[in-house]
Design a protein around this ligand. Structure first.
Ligand SMILES: *Cc1c(COP(=O)(O)O)cnc(C)c1O
Length: 364
């Protein structure tokens, strides 16, 4: 490691990069998370040695020993953010916030902190070399997936002494197929995703593993996503397991559950709060009881609801379904305030609107 928390990256261009015409064909309709660029970043860590061997190299399978710790004890964290190409260059949205959150997740999972500058540099390097991989479709972007796992070969239970940090990139279109269609949520009564003292506020794969059975249940009930309740009372809304939740009252007030340690502190959530307050709206962070959501949606006090996260940006919630029956926001269509916030956020992200908060980071 050189001074100032920086690393020198060795650049190894891919001799078998995808041909231009083939790449263009892939970028016409990339979907989400199916197509990947030509390169990846890898950086290794060993106890006593620190971070070393920073590389940008051809994207390839990683060969790991069957006794690698992550395969057994799931010591793993990740991040997700998007880079955008517009008329005058390439940008990322709030990558410093992802860098910070990565170190917070690492601390919770007893993993070493990757210096935030190294995290940012790794994204720049990958975008630079894979700059031809931006989809040119209107909603397209380059989704960046930094992650880190325990790479030590050891079956004993303790924090590993070796780690691999990597970044891959995936050209993406819209997350949910079709145009901003409101989603139907399933209220999971049996399963929770995070408990006080647990790992809900860390962006770790284990949280997702724990949530998949509820997602299956949701699909069996005709729903798109799960809304998780708090693990203690099974009454207060936590989040969607990959997106945070807001409800919108008839006076324009936005309410979202407070960061209680079980909720992932979304960067989109934080951006929405800032944008809504700038527009003169009241934003209240307080617990939302499911019974209250139901009765206030029925009475018309709650007019809109939406989920937010990097992948799908802002997605209107149409109907909430549980064993107790369904309830719907307004007429079930996308809410006006929801869609206005979505537009404001997307316009800043894509460089079409002014960025008074310094959220947009220039890459190229
Ligand atoms: C990543 C994630 C979110 C959304 O966070 P953003 O920073 O807005 O993308 C919400 N909940 C969970 C569990 C997540 O992993």
């Amino acid at each position: 490691m050189s001074g100032g928390g920086r690393l020198d990256f060795e650049i190894r261009p891919n001799p078998r990069a995808v041909a231009a015409d083939e790449r263009e064909a892939l970028l016409v309709d990339p979907g989400f998370g199916r197509i990947f660029t030509d390169h990846m970043v890898t950086i290794r860590y060993a106890d006593g040695k620190g971070w070393y061997d920073a590389r940008v190299e051809p994207r390839a399978p990683i060969s790991i020993d069957p006794a690698t710790a992550v395969l057994h004890y799931a010591q793993e964290i990740f991040e997700g953010l998007k880079a955008y190409r517009n008329d005058d260059g390439v940008t990322m949205f709030r990558p410093d916030a992802n860098a910070r959150r990565f170190t917070v997740s690492a601390a919770r999972m007893a993993m070493p902190a990757l210096p935030e500058q190294v995290f940012l540099d790794s994204l720049h390097k990958l975008i630079e070399i894979d700059r031809e991989w931006f989809p040119s479709i209107p909603d397209g972007s380059l989704y960046l997936r930094p992650f880190m796992y325990a790479s030590e070969v050891f079956l004993g239970v303790r924090p590993a002494l070796e780690y691999l940090y990597a970044v891959i990139a995936s050209p993406v279109g819209a997350y949910f197929a079709g145009f901003v269609k409101p989603v139907t949520l399933w209220v999971s009564q049996e399963y929770t995703r995070a408990a006080p003292g647990g790992t809900g506020a860390a962006k770790c794969g284990g949280n997702y593993a724990a949530s998949l059975v509820a997602l299956t249940e949701a699909a069996a009930n005709g729903c798109d996503q799960v809304v998780y309740l708090d693990a203690v009372h099974r009454e207060y809304v936590d989040e969607l397991g990959g997106m945070n939740v807001f409800v919108v009252y008839d006076d324009g007030t936005l309410v979202t559950p407070p960061l209680n340690g079980s909720i992932l502190p979304g960067i989109t959530r934080d951006s929405v709060i800032t944008l809504a307050e700038r527009a003169g709206r009241r934003v209240v962070e307080r617990p939302i009881a499911m019974s209250q959501w139901r009765s206030e949606a029925a009475s018309g006090r709650i007019r809109e609801a939406f989920a937010c996260g990097t992948a799908a940006v802002i997605t209107p919630i149409g109907t909430v379904r549980s064993a107790a029956g369904d309830f719907t926001m307004g007429d079930g269509g996308p809410g006006e305030i929801t869609m206005a916030l979505r537009q404001e956020l997307v316009d800043i992200q894509r460089g079409r609107a002014e960025d008074p908060f310094g959220w947009v980071h220039r890459v190229l």
